[in-house]
Design a protein around this ligand. Structure first.
Ligand SMILES: [Zn+2]
Length: 773
């Protein structure tokens, strides 16, 4: 059975890696045809092999069918960006951010004739001036029915190597369009739509508000973390705290992860079990072990409900229920059998679970608990014994999460094992239960105690954060899978041979060497940051950031969201030069984040105000045989009053006789100035198109002087400026250039070396069936 389930899971995983969605029916047919002989000649080994193949095909078919149904609920491309009137219900706790609030909306009725809108959409409601329109936001509560005029787009996220796949995230949550509320008149049609899920959301809002009253943010700096732990609203955590969590490798603890749900269930189970055992009357009616399991499951259920039945928490709940059933069945069931059954249940309900790192984390946590803990639940013995058992569970859970943390977060900083060793038990066993208690009984002393304990932990974490951080680059998937096996071997019962082998299996994931350019080669990545610019230039031993990317809101920017994670995945913690080409926020917005998260050797910029050394024509240097040269602005340009765009630093990279020209936001007059200074200097093989393809730039004379076979346009999907302009695109096409654009192609990786120039688009390399759907 275990092998068959693993084959089914493998089928699901293979489907989730497909670039296009295949039809399900041939695979259903194949699976069933193979299953018949496998069942008929059961037991014989050929039949077993056929059975495994049948399960593989059925897993593939199941996931394909589910995906087909989900993707069918789509916003037609023709309705993107047009006003549509809808009626529906605020379906989840709204999240406030600096410019307004964001919420999930369950569409009940589309009033605009012939318009088609998916059932569940994500809306932003802005506050204040935006693109010349005045937006007035009204307070929102979950469960309210509203009539809105909205503008929507199909799911779209930035596509970067090792970046967060927002489109997958939306797909997992069945949110099939995103958009915003228009300033047109809105109307609240009902105060409360009585449906269980809306009631739960309203209760969550009550809990969030009660924490805000009990622990006002001004006096209680960590209150936001408590809110995140109880109702899963991570926006309540202030930005600078994330740096501490990142540096100490404890980020995963600050959300309602599988780990917390598992630990809360275990804690309540243990408590109920020990109470039960002491009261004979109870123990006679129901064995203590069963009572413990029941209490654990109930605790998990309520916690998951409070988390808004969020997808990751849900998955853990299903796993725990299966595990509890197996433990309570009275028969001795091998942990691996229980685990595989849990895997099957989750995948039947939610085949997208395999895409989420959190799922594998909770899977590891539940697995570790089963492996070493099946004996603990309902076990008698002294308190010493019990504490020891918990220590073992804890260590197992930490170890089990290692491969996933490395693969996805690459933040196994040196101090992380120490930080986690204290933080996991404190958060899971003390802070979270106390905070949950305070949610049920909103009494100040309980909330304040939770806050105080958290305060001590934060002191410790802040101390840990001052340690030097060693960031492991992201290992390839196979190394993470091998490490997972290594963990399983390490957790084998004592006395089993081969624990050392387990440790050896961990090594490739921990010490994975990152590919880097050879001497004389340059690798340039134009990251997909939406509307704005961020480029990373690497030679064998050096790294340069050419613009740290746009500011998205007061809380987030591309530096922290895209540039730093990208460099981290490569194991790069220090950059030699940060070049900030000009002061516009779509280029310089990520500067502070990059400077705080990475060691920056030197800043070159046109910002003035002491923000590094001014960039100017004539600066040039050599890195590992790669020539870098600044071509603009001229030194005297700084004396004039100029628009920020006109001071954009232009950088030329030359490796093995091949060149790439990075032009930021220069305009026609700057192009003319460079042409006048030295037209031959502009010749290149790849051009980063000036000013996102705006009409202000890309004059025919400039394009001709560059003469590049490839042009890369950094541009946001359906951006509000209408970049790139059609007439500019025509000019490049007329010049016979290959056009690449980040909104369509994702991040673009350019390699310059003596053999030639190569460009690859991340959306082609790592295309998935849901991208652009
Ligand atoms: Zn720009």
């Amino acid at each position: 059975m275990r092998l068959n389930i693993l084959a089914f899971a493998a089928g699901v995983i293979v489907l989730q890696m497909q670039p296009e969605l295949p039809p399900a029916w041939p695979w259903v047919l194949a699976g069933l045809l193979l299953a018949l002989p496998a069942i008929h000649w059961r037991g014989a080994w050929p039949a077993r092999v056929v059975g495994v193949v049948a399960c593989l095909a059925l897993g593939f078919a199941w996931a394909a069918w589910r995906a087909d149904v989900r993707l069918a609920d789509a916003l037609p491309a023709a309705w993107e960006g047009r006003d549509i009137e809808v009626v529906g219900v605020v379906a989840a706790l709204p999240q406030d951010f600096s410019q307004g609030s964001r919420f999930e909306f369950a569409v009940e009725k589309v009033s605009t004739a012939t318009a088609v809108v998916p059932e569940r959409i994500m809306l932003s409601w802005y506050q204040g001036q935006r693109d010349g329109e005045e937006f007035v936001r009204q307070p929102l509560r979950p469960g309210e029915r509203w009539q809105f005029t909205v503008r929507l787009k199909r799911p779209h996220g930035n596509a970067n190597p090792h970046g967060f796949d927002y489109e997958a995230w939306l797909l997992e949550r069945n949110i099939r369009a995103t958009g915003y509320v228009r300033p047109a008149p809105q109307q609240r049609l009902a105060d409360m739509v009585w449906r269980p899920d809306y009631v739960v959301e309203r209760l969550r809002m009550g809990v969030r508000d009660s924490f805000a009253t009990l622990l006002p943010a001004d006096n209680y700096p960590w209150a936001g973390i408590l809110v995140a732990l109880v109702v899963g609203d991570q926006r309540a955590i202030q930005g600078d705290l994330w740096t501490t969590f990142n540096r100490t490798g404890t980020t995963h603890l600050m959300s309602i992860s599988g780990l917390h749900v598992t630990m809360v269930a275990a804690l309540f189970g243990l408590l109920a079990g020990s109470v039960w055992r002491r009261i004979p009357a109870l123990a006679l009616r129901l064995p203590a072990q069963r009572a413990a399991l029941l209490a654990g499951c109930l605790a998990a259920f309520f916690y998951v409900l409070l988390a808004g039945f969020a997808v990751p928490a849900q998955r853990t709940l299903y796993m725990l229920l299966v595990a509890a059933l197996a433990m309570g069945s009275g028969r001795i069931v091998a942990p691996s059998r229980t685990l595989s059954l849990a895997l099957l249940v989750v995948l039947l309900i939610d085949p997208w679970a395999v895409l989420a790192a959190g799922f594998w984390l909770s899977f590891g946590a539940v697995g570790a608990l089963l492996y070493v803990g099946s004996a603990v639940v309902g076990e008698s013995g002294g308190w010493r014994q019990r504490i020891r058992s918990w220590g073992v569970v804890q260590w197992a859970a930490t170890l089990a999460s290692l491969p996933v943390l490395l693969l996805v977060f690459q933040q196994f900083s040196l101090v992380s094992p120490l930080a986690n060793a204290l933080a996991i038990p404190v958060v899971s066993f003390v802070v979270t239960p106390l905070a949950l208690l305070a949610a049920v009984i909103p009494w100040w002393p309980i909330a304040a105690l939770a806050h105080a304990v958290l305060g001590w932990l934060m002191l410790f974490l802040e101390w840990c954060a001052t340690w030097p951080v060693w960031l492991a680059p992201a290992p390839p998937l196979w190394a993470a899978v091998v490490a997972g096996l290594g963990v399983a071997v390490c957790l084998l019962p004592r006395g089993m041979p081969g624990r050392l082998l387990g440790v050896a299996l961990l090594l490739p994931a921990i010490f994975w060497p990152v590919a880097r350019p050879a001497a004389g080669e340059a690798w340039i990545t134009v990251l997909d940051v939406g509307q704005g610019l961020a480029v990373v230039v690497r030679t064998r031993d050096h790294t340069l950031i050419y613009d740290p990317g746009p500011l998205y809101s007061a809380e987030s920017d591309a530096g922290q969201r895209v540039v730093v994670p990208y460099l981290r995945s490569l194991g790069i913690a220090a950059v030699d030069v940060l070049m900030v080409t000009h002061r516009d926020s779509d280029h310089a917005g990520g500067m502070a984040s990059v400077q705080s998260a990475l060691v920056v050797g030197k800043v070159l910029s046109s910002l003035g105000d002491g923000a590094g050394e001014p960039c100017r024509n004539g600066q040039n240097w050599d890195w590992n045989g790669v020539r870098l040269a600044v071509l603009h602005p001229a030194a005297e340009d700084y004396a004039e009053q100029r628009k920020s765009n006109n001071l954009s630093c232009v950088l030329r990279i030359e490796a093995g006789g091949k060149r790439m020209l990075l032009t930021s936001d220069i305009e026609a007059r700057d192009e003319a100035a460079m042409l006048q200074r030295d037209p031959a200097a502009l010749a290149a093989d790849v051009l980063l198109v000036p000013h996102h393809g705006s009409r202000t730039s890309s004059t025919p004379a400039f394009i001709a002087a560059v003469g590049a076979p490839h042009a890369v346009i950094p541009v946001g999907y359906r951006n509000r400026f209408g970049h790139p302009k059609a007439e500019v695109l025509e000019r490049y096409e007329a010049a016979g250039m290959n056009l690449w654009r980040t909104d369509r192609d994702g991040a673009l990786r350019v390699a310059l070396d003596p053999q030639g120039t190569s460009i690859s688009a991340w959306r082609d390399e790592r295309r998935r069936y849901w991208h652009g759907r």
